[in-house]
Design a protein around this ligand. Sequence first.
Ligand code: GTR
Length: 419
Amino acid sequence: LSLSTAISAPPDANYDEAKVPEYTLPDPLVAADGASVDDPAEWISKRRPEILELFKTHVYGRSPDAPKRLQYELTSIDRQALGGKATRKEIAIKLGDAPNAPSMNLLLYLPNDVSKPVPVFLGLNFKGNHTIHSDPGITLSEVWSRPSKGRAGEKKRGSEKSRGTSASRWPVETIIDRGYGLGTIYYGDIDPDFHDGFKNGVHPHHDKHESAERPADAWGSIAAWAWGLSRAMDYFERDDDVDQKKVAVLGHSRLGKTSLWAGATDPRFALVISNDSGCGGAALSRRRFGEKVKRINTSFPHWFCGNFDKYNDNEAALPVDQHMLIALIAPRPVYIASAAEDQWADPRGEFLSGLHADPVYRLLGTDGIATKEMPKVDQPSHSAISYHVRTGKHDLTAFDWGQYLDRADTIFQGSATPA
Ligand code: GTR
């Protein structure tokens, strides 16, 4: 009995490799006009922009430009945080030019005993900045509840008792001890994660539709969250303590889908990490394994653009598949991670995206993916396209972080220089 069949699948999902349909992936190295792309310059000037455009039109939607002026405010600083080993800053970053545009609150830990600037991991969190660590100095985020039983979603200040409740996913001390900074933002600051017709969050501040109807390629929530990550990057460019050339963007699950789209759209991210991102993230849609396009568009109608609905039970018609999302990140290093018991996210489909992005990575002069065979459980494969599948469930664990830190050490070499 294989692991995938041992874990029972929801009624409309397939967890059996033998039932994966036959499929043909679009070739990332064949342009829309049928010409094959065989030099890096052509990839950069012709094919990459085509693919980016296809993802904007059919999958994530079209995001606005950055605000004209970066407006931010340092709202707190403690140079003796975490027993003196770190500086903790909180920065409110405005998500638009208008005075009533929302702000997001970046929580930033930086190691004290290393020379600056430092490399930084950046990732959104699900439940509020104060949940990532029990540090009493973190401002309690205002957290959205989802609408239920006729009640609208609402925003409330997080409770004292929720401090540190997501700490297992954020090993702050380990990150600091290894010479890295950590930046995180509550994703609901950018867009609350429920479907309200795009009335709250950043969307209404940027959408200027002529007609009342929302265009089928208007940005969804994943695009909005990714856009928010780019606004954190705008801020990093102004912070002398942060090495803006060494920023790793990371996310788990829906926020892994988000980190991949952030990495694809914003070349300033030097390392892109997808933790258990699954459907609409690293997993190939055409495999129809675990979560499928129709399921995700039904459960989460606000995540993707309207056009993505056209591919419900119709994946073969997609002009892209998710290996092309990975290819958009090339030649920058990417790390795709899966969990063995997370069949919903299709570990093999996540690996295969990396494998089928390999020709683009090689064209651009990197070592691509190190293996054509799916690595065994707990045996990471490291190269420009890194991959691991670890023991256990859908989660972001110490094992995952250990790998990401090792990989960052290699890529950002000598990052942890003592002061
Ligand atoms: C699930 C969803 C997945 C994944 C996950 C998460 O309900 O089906 O696509 O995003 O949520 O974000 O934890």
